[in-house]
Design a protein around this ligand. Structure first.
Ligand code: 2HA
Ligand code: ZN
Length: 268
């Protein structure tokens, strides 16, 4: 018997991950093994999962994350493809348990699929979220074409330039991504520097753009994290479509955006 079959809430959560993995692939945002998804599933764990034996050796995280003691995560496997995760989540991802030292983990289900190479940075974000009492449980990293293209433009990398541009393309973007888009200057993928810079920006924004690489989003669940990337990407596509029709889009005015903030009670 598969562990998901005796844990319906967990099964529903893993199915959401698979659904989002499919969207990332269909959008052309997840070539080869590009992108990562990590979801904190601790609140869905029952005694059957708690009783599962380790099916891997004890593996070091590479850092100490005190708020993660005894937590469980579903993680995409290292080198695995989003399009495969979409169809067969438990063969292309795994459930891990963080051990009491807060510095190591074991895989408990379903297969000994090693988690994403970006595990330390994803787990650092989860540790930070729990530490500040955040309700967010999911982190998503992916490579949205138009947003990455925009990050090749120096002027667009200035603080909140892209946020303002993207918000001004269609009213919903400000309503559904009310904190905007943080920017992280080019940093080596998988590095501690990138993880630290991401952590710092996520206190101010729910989605951050890694220059010339991709986006990293946090959300209540994996669908929420995806939705925020999706609305920003929609705005980016409207900008690109306007430019390819030969004009610079006018964008909503400051007053129209201020009116949105008042009407929707938005923080910025
Ligand atoms: O793990 O996209 O940046 C695949 C990636 C890393
Ligand atoms: Zn990437």
């Amino acid at each position: 018997m598969n562990i998901l079959d005796i844990t319906p809430a967990l099964k529903a959560e893993v199915q959401k991950v698979a659904e989002v993995a499919g969207y990332l692939w269909q959008n052309g945002w997840a070539e080869r093994n590009g992108g990562n998804i990590t979801v904190n599933i601790t609140h869905l764990i029952n005694d059957s999962v708690r009783a599962l034996p380790a099916i891997s050796q004890v593996m070091p995280i590479g850092t100490v994350l005190p708020h993660l003691k005894g937590c469980y995560f579903f993680c995409k496997g290292t080198g695995k493809r989003m399009r495969d995760l979409a169809r067969r989540p438990m063969e292309n991802g795994s459930i891990i348990r963080i051990l009491d030292d807060c510095a190591s983990y074991v895989i408990v289900a379903d297969n000994p699929v090693m988690p994403t190479s970006e595990l330390p940075s994803h787990l650092s974000v989860h540790n930070h979220l729990i530490g500040k009492g955040s309700p967010y449980t999911a982190t998503v990293h992916t490579h949205p074409i138009e947003l990455v293209a925009m990050s090749h433009n120096r002027a667009m990398l200035e603080k909140d330039v892209l946020t303002r541009l993207l918000w001004s393309m269609i009213p919903e973007t400000k309503a559904f991504c009310p904190l905007g888009l943080g920017i992280i200057p080019y940093t080596l993928p998988g590095s501690i520097e990138l993880a630290d810079a991401t952590l710092a920006q996520l206190d101010e924004y729910d989605v951050v753009l890694w220059e010339k690489h991709g986006v990293f989003a946090q959300g209540l669940d994996v669908m929420d994290a995806f939705d925020q990337i999706d609305v920003l990407s929609k705005s980016a596509k409207i900008y690109v479509a306007s430019r390819s029709m030969g004009f610079e889009p006018e964008g909503m005015t400051d007053e129209q955006m201020a009116e949105m903030s008042r009407a929707f009670n938005l923080p910025k």
